[in-house]
Design a protein around this ligand. Sequence first.
Ligand code: FES
Length: 87
Amino acid sequence: PFAVQIASTGQVFAVPAGESVVSVLGTNGIEIPVSCEQGICGTCVTRVLAGLPDHRDLYLTDAEHAANDLMTPCCSRALSEIVVLDL
Ligand code: FES
């Protein structure tokens, strides 16, 4: 498990195993547009301000994965305890 923080509000939400970031945020009234929800289309790409994403998508390039300033919250997770999203 890890947590996501919403940069604009400071809200922190725990993301349990088996639930996506998009799902957790949606439950809390923060809608991220999605399409494929499988890491393929890039619709959900969100800027990461802090923390280390655990990239599970096939959309971002290797260089973008390495830069760790974007992630696909429909499927990707986090290696750090928290990731701060530019939302
Ligand atoms: Fe398609 Fe996230 S919704 S990559």
